[in-house]
Design a protein around this ligand. Structure first.
Ligand code: NCD
Ligand code: ZN
Length: 356
């Protein structure tokens, strides 16, 4: 049995780093695990302009320098970590902002949140017809659209929102903008996996560790378990199996995106708890467990470290990391500014560990 696993440094193609004290609390965890990360723009207020993305980029690097000074991360990992910025698409995003963001080079994608779909999505897009100019600009300059693929109609069952999005929004949009690069983010269903597997080379998907490891039973076993609640919500076992097959099957356009989405403990353990699973500190360990369960550790590097950069037109990372077989316990709670945060599967044991 393999006791170590060495691969090129992975990247996280979908990450929430937050801002302020929360940013300071979580940024080192991602920089220890990943060389680069696509950073989501759903702050309050959202990152809607190239100037806001530049300023946020600066705050991320500053928080990382503070973590480095506090001895929370080594100098090399801190120096290497590259936040890849995104713009939050609104009904009013000018095409000129897209062109400018692309020309400046910090922004690597534009995020489509259907208005009301998830945390801080109120300023999101109400109708694709309203963002045609922005999509045309993205198509022209090759900037990918990163899609939260769920409809928000009240009459659609929450568990069907992703499947319905494919037919009602994604397929018509693909027809209208055939040259647009699209990442269907954090896919959760067999239908989404099938759609991406059969689409052309301009369509890709990220898959989280939690959607590979858990089905919706995890939300309810022994009582309501808010730390397993995220959006899109965990689905039935047949969908989890389809995602496992997609991630481990060697298809080049499925890649790693944690969707690590930190919320303070008291906001998760709440009458109306926030959506989001905090996986950044042990993301690679979770993914390695999933790939091992599928007998596909030999395909882990492509998913974690090669397919993402290839789709984004970036080089793969040069350095490597090593995971070793070791059983350890995920902390039950971690500091989160003045609050605490519960990482996903906190208190449970896991069989892989990232080396120093
Ligand atoms: C994310 C968040 O908290 O920002 N929550 C989540 O459940 N994934 C938003 C998102 O990506 O949908
Ligand atoms: Zn997300």
């Amino acid at each position: 049995m393999t006791s170590t696993l060495t691969l090129r440094r992975p990247d996280d193609w979908h990450l929430h780093l937050r801002d302020g004290d929360a940013l300071r609390a979580v940024v080192a965890a991602s920089a220890r695990q990943f060389a680069r990360a696509i950073v989501m723009p759903n702050l309050k207020p959202p990152v809607t302009t190239p100037a806001a993305a530049r300023a946020y980029h600066g705050r991320i690097l500053q928080a990382l320098a503070q973590a480095r000074a506090a001895g929370e991360i080594d100098a090399l990992a801190a120096a290497e970590f590259q936040p890849l910025m995104t713009l939050y698409l609104t009904d009013n995003t000018p095409a000129a902002d897209i062109v400018q963001a692309h020309a400046e080079g910090l922004v690597k994608g534009v995020k489509l949140y259907p208005a009301g779909a998830t945390t801080n999505s109120d300023a999101g897009v109400t109708d694709i017809a309203r963002v045609r100019g922005a999509l045309e600009a993205m198509q022209r300059c090759g900037l990918p659209l990163l899609v939260h693929g769920e409809v928000t109609d009240a009459d659609i069952d929450l568990f069907d929102r992703e499947r319905v999005f494919i037919d009602r929004v994604l397929m018509p949009m693909r027809r209208d903008f055939p040259g647009l690069k699209v990442v269907f983010e954090h896919i959760t269903t067999r239908e989404a996996a099938q759609y991406v597997a059969q689409a052309d080379e301009l369509t890709a998907a990220t898959i989280t560790a939690h959607h590979l490891l858990y089905n919706r039973n995890a939300l309810f076993i022994g009582g309501v378990r808010p730390h397993w609640y995220c959006l899109p919500v965990l689905k039935r076992e047949q969908h989890r199996q389809a995602l496992m097959a997609a991630a481990t099957g060697g298809h080049p356009r499925f890649f790693l995106g944690t969707d690590s989405a930190p919320h303070a403990r008291h906001l998760k353990e709440h009458a109306c708890g926030c959506a989001g699973c905090y996986t950044a500190p042990h993301a690679l360990e979770l993914y390695a467990s999933a790939f091992e369960a599928a007998g596909a550790l030999d395909r882990f590097e492509a998913f974690a470290s090669l397919n993402g950069p290839a789709f984004y037109g970036l080089p793969a990372n040069e350095r490597t990391i090593t995971l070793r077989r070791e059983t350890w316990t995920i902390p039950e709670s971690l500091p989160f500014g003045a609050d605490a945060i519960v990482p996903l599967a906190g208190g449970e044991s896991i069989g892989w560990r990232l080396g120093d």
